[in-house]
Write a protein that binds this ligand. Structure first.
Ligand code: NAI
Ligand code: MG
Length: 393
């Protein structure tokens, strides 16, 4: 077996804690890799005026696989105040390094599996005639990661050229009398290439892992052009996969149905913003931030990360209390990407066994308010959870 080089970016806060736990699990399952540490996050913003130093980008250019913890980010003004005095007032502007990585490497697919583990006390349940039913949820969200509303093409007080270009559209007439300084515009640009790629990858994934449906979750009845393009690409690709049904839902209705029949869905495909929303919503049904994992995949580079942030209030707790499972599940996505399906499923089975047994639960799984006293209240520490998973391996 060849050894791989993986660029590890722990980042800030609990990112530093959970990343090393996930590496312990990867070692325990027998996965062989060289882990190459890279700088990212708040510390480098403050010291160097850049939360994503060029040396980190270079390492990713070279090795193409990133394993990322979490970063801290703060509003622009607050960020500027925390710069080291020598860098203040020199025009440094904070931007999110993970968004920067997605753009730089064109990590256009964001894959977010939301699968329930039996016995997780945080699972969605339904009450029918006094019975409590806990459906098996197994949904994988494919979110377009680089375009749409989050692409950053936006203005307050748009320049005249932008304004006059927009005025070629008849529906702009209702804004004609509003002065430019009172107008904010955020564009939603979709390209056919990106729509085609995400739908195709979603169908391939459904085929590979045996999902019976792909749902395009957008709003084509209102946002006709962009949602419409994604829908049309799906209609072209679906006939190549006759065993997989193509469904369409509107994002608003999907958010309602989510609580009614979440077990009916398989793969969901959405643009950037709706994908962000629907993936958080599904994650909430299967355990929330302690379980939410994701892959950012481009054609030449991929980065794997939990959905949660750096939760700075828990960084200093000794022992740490946060749930490492979201990070460990992100490692499973990395293993699958590298063709190590068997390691991934062994780790998932080990997590499933620990949860089903119910003896080792982090504070979030016990619905406790986080803090130093959760251990005394019966919660497992971060390391105890990792140890339990490793023991099952
Ligand atoms: P957060 O995800 O860091 O934490 C929110 C709450 O979720 C925590 O207080 C905790 O109760 C819970 N939580 C998070 N991870 C958990 C885990 N592994 N186990 C158990 N409970 C967990 O989001 P918040 O507080 O809004 O942001 C904190 C910082 O993280 C901010 O600076 C924010 O900008 C940044 N952030 C970074 C992200 C990234 O690196 N991808 C994503 C989201 C936020
Ligand atoms: Mg989000």
């Amino acid at each position: 077996m060849t050894e791989r080089n993986i660029v590890t970016m722990p980042g800030d806060g609990i990112g530093k804690i959970v990343l090393q736990e996930a590496v312990r699990v990867l070692d325990a399952v027998g996965f062989k890799a060289n882990y190459i540490y890279a700088d990212i996050g708040w510390e480098f913003w403050c010291k160097e005026g850049n939360p994503l130093p060029q040396r980190t980008v270079d390492l990713l250019e070279e090795h193409r696989i990133g394993f990322f913890g979490a970063i801290t980010s703060k509003p622009k003004d607050e960020a500027a105040e925390e710069l080291t005095p020598e860098l203040q007032g020199k025009g440094y502007v904070y931007y999110s390094p993970i968004v920067g990585l997605r753009q730089h490497f064109n990590l256009d697919l964001c894959i977010r599996p939301c699968r329930s583990f039996k016995g997780n006390p945080l699972n969605y349940v339904r009450r029918i005639n006094g019975d409590i039913i806990e459906p098996d949820i197994n949904v994988v969200i494919f979110r377009q990661n680089t375009e749409g509303l989050y692409a950053g093409v936006e203005w307050t007080n748009p320049p005249d050229e932008v304004r006059s270009a927009l005025e070629t559209h008849p529906k702009m007439s209702k804004f004609k009398s509003t002065p430019s300084e009172d107008i904010a515009i955020s564009t939603r640009i979709f390209t056919r290439k990106a729509c085609h790629r995400i739908v195709l990858e979603a169908f391939k994934y459904a085929h590979k892992y045996g999902y019976r449906s792909v749902t395009i979750c957008e709003k084509p009845n209102v946002i006709r052009e962009t949602s419409g393009m994604l829908r049309n690409e799906a209609l072209k690709i679906a006939p190549d996969y006759p065993e997989i049904q193509l469904w369409h839902t509107n994002i608003d209705a999907q958010m309602m149905w989510l609580n009614k029949n979440p077990e009916d869905y398989g793969i969901i495909v959405s643009g950037n913003m709706f994908g962000d929303i629907v993936s958080d919503a599904f994650a909430g049904l299967v355990g929330g931030l302690g379980f939410a994992n994701s892959a950012n995949i481009g054609e030449t580079c991929a980065i794997f990360e939990p959905t949660h942030g750096s939760a700075p209030k828990y960084e200093e707790l000794d022992p740490p209390i946060v749930n490492p499972i979201a990070m460990v599940l992100s490692a499973c996505l990395m293993l699958e990407h590298l063709g190590e399906e068997e390691y991934a499923s062994r780790i998932r089975n080990a997590i499933g066994a620990v949860i089903a047994e119910g003896k080792v639960r982090t504070y979030d799984m016990l619905r406790l308010v986080g803090g130093p006293d959760v251990i005394a209240q019966g919660a497992a520490s971060t390391q105890q959870m990792t140890d339990a998973i490793i023991e099952r391996l």
